[in-house]
Design a protein around this ligand. Structure first.
Ligand code: BJW
Ligand code: ZN
Length: 253
Protein backbone atom coordinates (compact mmCIF):
# COMPACT_ATOMS: atom_id res chain seq x y z
CA UNK A 1 0.00 0.00 0.00
CA UNK A 2 1.29 3.42 -0.89
CA UNK A 3 0.51 6.38 1.30
CA UNK A 4 0.50 9.52 -0.79
CA UNK A 5 3.17 11.81 0.63
CA UNK A 6 1.73 15.27 1.07
CA UNK A 7 2.89 18.34 2.93
CA UNK A 8 2.82 18.07 6.74
CA UNK A 9 0.34 20.96 7.00
CA UNK A 10 -3.27 21.42 5.91
CA UNK A 11 -4.67 23.19 2.86
CA UNK A 12 -6.55 25.31 5.37
CA UNK A 13 -3.32 26.76 6.75
CA UNK A 14 -2.11 27.67 3.26
CA UNK A 15 -5.49 29.19 2.39
CA UNK A 16 -5.58 31.21 5.62
CA UNK A 17 -2.10 32.57 4.88
CA UNK A 18 -3.14 33.51 1.32
CA UNK A 19 -6.08 35.45 2.71
CA UNK A 20 -4.24 36.95 5.68
CA UNK A 21 -3.64 40.65 6.14
CA UNK A 22 -1.77 40.21 9.41
CA UNK A 23 0.60 37.38 10.25
CA UNK A 24 2.46 37.01 13.54
CA UNK A 25 4.91 34.39 14.74
CA UNK A 26 6.33 33.24 18.09
CA UNK A 27 9.56 31.27 18.07
CA UNK A 28 11.49 29.37 20.70
CA UNK A 29 14.74 27.47 21.02
CA UNK A 30 13.58 24.69 18.66
CA UNK A 31 13.97 26.88 15.59
CA UNK A 32 17.69 27.26 16.32
CA UNK A 33 18.24 23.57 17.13
CA UNK A 34 19.04 22.76 13.49
CA UNK A 35 21.73 25.47 13.55
CA UNK A 36 23.40 23.61 16.42
CA UNK A 37 22.20 25.76 19.34
CA UNK A 38 21.00 23.49 22.17
CA UNK A 39 17.39 23.94 23.35
CA UNK A 40 16.59 24.21 27.07
CA UNK A 41 14.26 21.34 27.90
CA UNK A 42 14.90 18.64 25.27
CA UNK A 43 16.81 15.51 26.38
CA UNK A 44 20.10 16.97 25.10
CA UNK A 45 19.09 20.50 26.18
CA UNK A 46 21.01 23.05 28.22
CA UNK A 47 19.11 22.28 31.38
CA UNK A 48 19.96 18.59 31.44
CA UNK A 49 23.47 19.71 32.33
CA UNK A 50 22.73 22.93 34.25
CA UNK A 51 19.76 23.48 36.51
CA UNK A 52 17.81 26.62 35.59
CA UNK A 53 17.43 27.69 39.17
CA UNK A 54 21.23 27.79 39.39
CA UNK A 55 21.69 29.97 36.34
CA UNK A 56 18.59 31.73 35.03
CA UNK A 57 17.69 34.06 37.88
CA UNK A 58 19.27 37.06 39.51
CA UNK A 59 19.88 35.38 42.88
CA UNK A 60 21.91 32.66 41.16
CA UNK A 61 23.90 35.35 39.39
CA UNK A 62 24.62 37.23 42.61
CA UNK A 63 25.67 34.10 44.47
CA UNK A 64 28.04 32.98 41.71
CA UNK A 65 28.54 35.69 39.07
CA UNK A 66 31.60 34.06 37.54
CA UNK A 67 29.80 30.76 36.94
CA UNK A 68 26.82 32.49 35.32
CA UNK A 69 28.99 34.86 33.25
CA UNK A 70 31.02 31.84 32.11
CA UNK A 71 27.89 29.93 31.10
CA UNK A 72 26.69 32.86 28.98
CA UNK A 73 30.15 33.40 27.49
CA UNK A 74 30.13 29.74 26.44
CA UNK A 75 26.68 30.09 24.84
CA UNK A 76 27.76 33.32 23.10
CA UNK A 77 30.66 31.44 21.54
CA UNK A 78 28.25 28.78 20.28
CA UNK A 79 25.88 31.25 18.63
CA UNK A 80 28.73 33.25 17.09
CA UNK A 81 30.04 30.04 15.49
CA UNK A 82 26.73 28.93 13.90
CA UNK A 83 24.57 30.16 11.02
CA UNK A 84 20.83 30.71 10.60
CA UNK A 85 19.13 27.60 9.15
CA UNK A 86 16.40 27.17 6.51
CA UNK A 87 13.73 27.70 9.19
CA UNK A 88 15.03 31.20 10.05
CA UNK A 89 15.42 32.00 6.35
CA UNK A 90 11.87 30.82 5.55
CA UNK A 91 10.42 33.15 8.24
CA UNK A 92 12.34 36.08 6.71
CA UNK A 93 10.85 35.08 3.33
CA UNK A 94 7.39 34.84 4.87
CA UNK A 95 7.77 38.41 6.16
CA UNK A 96 8.74 39.66 2.70
CA UNK A 97 5.81 37.77 1.18
CA UNK A 98 3.30 39.26 3.65
CA UNK A 99 4.62 42.83 3.50
CA UNK A 100 5.05 42.62 -0.29
CA UNK A 101 1.27 42.17 -0.50
CA UNK A 102 0.71 45.16 1.78
CA UNK A 103 0.15 43.07 4.92
CA UNK A 104 1.69 43.31 8.39
CA UNK A 105 4.12 40.88 9.97
CA UNK A 106 5.72 40.58 13.40
CA UNK A 107 8.12 37.93 14.65
CA UNK A 108 8.36 37.70 18.45
CA UNK A 109 11.19 35.45 19.55
CA UNK A 110 12.03 34.07 22.97
CA UNK A 111 15.51 33.33 21.65
CA UNK A 112 18.53 35.34 22.67
CA UNK A 113 20.79 34.12 19.85
CA UNK A 114 20.35 36.88 17.23
CA UNK A 115 19.78 34.35 14.43
CA UNK A 116 16.47 35.79 13.17
CA UNK A 117 18.10 39.18 12.57
CA UNK A 118 21.03 37.53 10.83
CA UNK A 119 18.55 35.65 8.58
CA UNK A 120 16.99 38.97 7.54
CA UNK A 121 13.79 39.27 9.59
CA UNK A 122 13.09 42.99 9.98
CA UNK A 123 10.06 43.44 12.20
CA UNK A 124 11.49 41.51 15.13
CA UNK A 125 10.90 41.60 18.87
CA UNK A 126 13.28 39.90 21.31
CA UNK A 127 11.08 39.03 24.27
CA UNK A 128 13.88 37.61 26.43
CA UNK A 129 16.67 39.98 25.42
CA UNK A 130 19.95 39.09 23.77
CA UNK A 131 23.04 37.08 24.64
CA UNK A 132 25.04 39.47 22.52
CA UNK A 133 24.63 42.43 24.89
CA UNK A 134 25.63 42.94 28.52
CA UNK A 135 25.09 45.75 30.97
CA UNK A 136 26.17 46.85 34.42
CA UNK A 137 23.90 45.75 37.22
CA UNK A 138 24.76 48.84 39.28
CA UNK A 139 24.78 51.78 36.84
CA UNK A 140 23.09 50.23 33.79
CA UNK A 141 25.89 51.16 31.38
CA UNK A 142 26.20 48.85 28.37
CA UNK A 143 29.30 46.72 28.88
CA UNK A 144 31.75 45.36 26.38
CA UNK A 145 33.06 41.87 27.01
CA UNK A 146 36.66 41.76 28.12
CA UNK A 147 38.24 38.41 27.51
CA UNK A 148 40.80 36.85 29.82
CA UNK A 149 39.79 38.79 32.92
CA UNK A 150 40.35 37.25 36.34
CA UNK A 151 37.36 37.10 38.64
CA UNK A 152 33.90 38.21 37.57
CA UNK A 153 33.59 40.81 34.82
CA UNK A 154 32.96 44.26 36.24
CA UNK A 155 31.89 47.62 34.82
CA UNK A 156 34.61 49.98 33.62
CA UNK A 157 32.58 52.97 34.82
CA UNK A 158 31.64 51.95 38.36
CA UNK A 159 33.02 48.49 39.16
CA UNK A 160 29.53 46.91 39.33
CA UNK A 161 28.88 43.36 38.13
CA UNK A 162 28.29 42.91 34.40
CA UNK A 163 25.29 40.76 33.49
CA UNK A 164 23.90 39.49 30.18
CA UNK A 165 20.99 41.53 28.76
CA UNK A 166 18.56 38.60 29.02
CA UNK A 167 15.33 38.17 30.96
CA UNK A 168 15.63 35.77 33.88
CA UNK A 169 12.80 34.13 35.84
CA UNK A 170 11.01 36.64 38.03
CA UNK A 171 12.06 39.57 35.84
CA UNK A 172 9.78 41.69 33.68
CA UNK A 173 9.97 41.36 29.91
CA UNK A 174 10.83 44.60 28.07
CA UNK A 175 7.54 46.51 28.24
CA UNK A 176 7.48 47.61 24.60
CA UNK A 177 8.36 44.07 23.41
CA UNK A 178 5.47 42.38 25.20
CA UNK A 179 3.02 45.18 24.34
CA UNK A 180 3.85 44.99 20.62
CA UNK A 181 3.70 41.18 20.65
CA UNK A 182 0.37 41.10 22.48
CA UNK A 183 -1.15 43.58 20.04
CA UNK A 184 0.11 41.62 17.02
CA UNK A 185 -1.31 38.38 18.49
CA UNK A 186 -4.68 39.99 19.13
CA UNK A 187 -4.87 41.37 15.57
CA UNK A 188 -3.37 38.42 13.66
CA UNK A 189 -5.31 36.50 11.02
CA UNK A 190 -2.74 33.69 11.14
CA UNK A 191 -0.41 32.98 14.08
CA UNK A 192 2.47 30.49 14.01
CA UNK A 193 4.08 29.09 17.18
CA UNK A 194 7.38 27.53 16.18
CA UNK A 195 9.86 25.45 18.21
CA UNK A 196 8.70 26.34 21.71
CA UNK A 197 7.61 24.09 24.57
CA UNK A 198 5.23 26.95 25.55
CA UNK A 199 5.77 26.56 29.27
CA UNK A 200 7.25 29.99 29.98
CA UNK A 201 4.85 32.91 30.41
CA UNK A 202 3.95 35.51 29.29
CA UNK A 203 5.36 34.34 25.90
CA UNK A 204 3.34 31.09 25.96
CA UNK A 205 0.18 33.17 26.31
CA UNK A 206 0.63 34.85 22.92
CA UNK A 207 -0.63 31.99 20.68
CA UNK A 208 -3.57 31.59 23.06
CA UNK A 209 -4.39 35.31 22.86
CA UNK A 210 -4.32 35.01 19.06
CA UNK A 211 -6.64 31.99 19.12
CA UNK A 212 -9.10 33.68 21.46
CA UNK A 213 -9.14 36.74 19.21
CA UNK A 214 -10.03 34.61 16.20
CA UNK A 215 -6.71 33.91 14.44
CA UNK A 216 -5.95 30.57 12.84
CA UNK A 217 -3.13 29.30 15.06
CA UNK A 218 -0.72 26.57 13.99
CA UNK A 219 2.18 25.07 15.89
CA UNK A 220 5.34 23.77 14.20
CA UNK A 221 7.10 21.29 16.48
CA UNK A 222 8.20 17.65 16.22
CA UNK A 223 6.50 16.99 19.59
CA UNK A 224 3.32 18.63 20.91
CA UNK A 225 3.88 21.59 23.21
CA UNK A 226 1.97 22.26 26.42
CA UNK A 227 -0.60 24.39 24.59
CA UNK A 228 -0.96 22.27 21.42
CA UNK A 229 -4.48 21.03 22.24
CA UNK A 230 -5.67 24.65 22.41
CA UNK A 231 -4.50 25.57 18.89
CA UNK A 232 -6.11 25.02 15.48
CA UNK A 233 -3.43 22.87 13.92
CA UNK A 234 -0.34 20.94 14.92
CA UNK A 235 2.27 20.66 12.20
CA UNK A 236 4.55 17.83 13.25
CA UNK A 237 8.05 18.30 11.96
CA UNK A 238 11.28 20.21 12.24
CA UNK A 239 11.09 23.94 11.56
CA UNK A 240 13.87 23.75 8.98
CA UNK A 241 11.92 21.16 7.01
CA UNK A 242 8.36 22.45 7.42
CA UNK A 243 8.73 26.24 7.06
CA UNK A 244 10.46 26.22 3.63
CA UNK A 245 7.68 23.89 2.36
CA UNK A 246 5.02 26.21 3.79
CA UNK A 247 6.53 29.30 2.15
CA UNK A 248 6.92 27.39 -1.15
CA UNK A 249 3.19 26.57 -1.04
CA UNK A 250 2.27 30.28 -1.14
CA UNK A 251 1.55 31.94 -4.47
CA UNK A 252 4.13 34.39 -5.84
CA UNK A 253 3.67 37.85 -4.37
C1 BJW B 1 11.87 21.91 17.66
C2 BJW B 1 12.97 21.43 16.96
C3 BJW B 1 13.02 21.71 15.57
C4 BJW B 1 13.21 20.88 19.05
N1 BJW B 1 12.03 22.40 15.00
N2 BJW B 1 10.89 22.59 17.06
C5 BJW B 1 1.91 32.49 34.58
C6 BJW B 1 1.73 31.20 35.04
C7 BJW B 1 2.77 30.53 35.69
C8 BJW B 1 4.02 31.13 35.88
C9 BJW B 1 4.18 32.40 35.43
C10 BJW B 1 3.15 33.07 34.79
N3 BJW B 1 3.60 34.31 34.45
C11 BJW B 1 4.88 34.42 34.85
C12 BJW B 1 5.28 33.28 35.45
C13 BJW B 1 6.62 33.02 36.02
C14 BJW B 1 7.63 32.62 34.97
C15 BJW B 1 7.15 31.36 34.27
O1 BJW B 1 6.66 31.38 33.16
N4 BJW B 1 7.35 30.23 34.90
C16 BJW B 1 6.92 28.95 34.31
C17 BJW B 1 8.14 28.11 34.00
C18 BJW B 1 5.96 28.29 35.24
N5 BJW B 1 7.85 33.70 34.03
C19 BJW B 1 8.70 34.70 34.29
O2 BJW B 1 9.30 34.76 35.35
C20 BJW B 1 8.86 35.77 33.22
N6 BJW B 1 8.70 37.06 33.81
C21 BJW B 1 7.52 37.55 34.19
O3 BJW B 1 6.49 36.95 33.98
O4 BJW B 1 7.59 38.77 34.83
C22 BJW B 1 6.43 39.22 35.52
C23 BJW B 1 6.44 38.53 36.88
C24 BJW B 1 7.51 38.74 37.73
C25 BJW B 1 7.53 38.12 38.98
C26 BJW B 1 6.50 37.27 39.35
C27 BJW B 1 5.44 37.05 38.47
C28 BJW B 1 5.42 37.70 37.22
C29 BJW B 1 10.26 35.74 32.67
C30 BJW B 1 10.56 34.51 31.90
C31 BJW B 1 12.03 34.54 31.43
C32 BJW B 1 12.46 33.24 30.76
N7 BJW B 1 13.88 33.26 30.59
C33 BJW B 1 14.52 32.14 29.91
C34 BJW B 1 16.06 32.35 30.04
C35 BJW B 1 16.53 33.48 29.14
C36 BJW B 1 17.99 33.70 29.23
C37 BJW B 1 18.79 32.54 28.68
O5 BJW B 1 18.69 32.24 27.49
O6 BJW B 1 19.50 31.94 29.49
O7 BJW B 1 14.13 32.10 28.54
S1 BJW B 1 13.99 30.56 30.52
C38 BJW B 1 14.11 29.74 28.96
O8 BJW B 1 12.82 29.23 28.57
C39 BJW B 1 14.47 30.83 27.93
C40 BJW B 1 13.52 30.51 26.80
O9 BJW B 1 13.32 31.66 25.98
C41 BJW B 1 12.30 30.02 27.50
C42 BJW B 1 11.37 29.21 26.64
O10 BJW B 1 11.97 28.01 26.22
P1 BJW B 1 11.71 27.48 24.73
O11 BJW B 1 12.24 28.42 23.75
O12 BJW B 1 10.28 27.10 24.60
O13 BJW B 1 12.68 26.18 24.69
P2 BJW B 1 12.42 24.68 25.21
O14 BJW B 1 13.75 24.02 25.30
O15 BJW B 1 11.57 24.65 26.40
O16 BJW B 1 11.57 24.01 24.04
C43 BJW B 1 12.13 23.72 22.76
C44 BJW B 1 11.02 23.21 21.86
O17 BJW B 1 11.53 23.07 20.55
C45 BJW B 1 10.48 21.82 22.28
O18 BJW B 1 9.07 21.88 22.29
C46 BJW B 1 10.97 20.90 21.16
O19 BJW B 1 10.06 19.83 20.87
C47 BJW B 1 11.06 21.85 19.99
N8 BJW B 1 12.02 21.49 18.94
N9 BJW B 1 13.79 20.73 17.81
C48 BJW B 1 10.97 22.78 15.74
N10 BJW B 1 14.07 21.24 14.80
ZN1 ZN C 1 28.49 50.41 36.10
Amino acid sequence: MHQPIGPPFSDTLVQRLRDAQRVAVLTGAGISAESGVPTFRDPDGLWQKFRPEELANVEAFLSNPELVQGWYAHRREIVEAVEPNPGHVALAELERWVTGRGGEFLLSTQNVDGLHARAGTENLVELHGSLLRSYCLRCGAPAAESAGAHGPLTCEECGGLVRPDVVWFGEMLPEEAIAQSTEAAALADVYLSVGTSAVVYPAAGLPQIARQAGAYVAEVNPTPSDIAPRLNEQVRGRAGDVLPLLVAALPEA
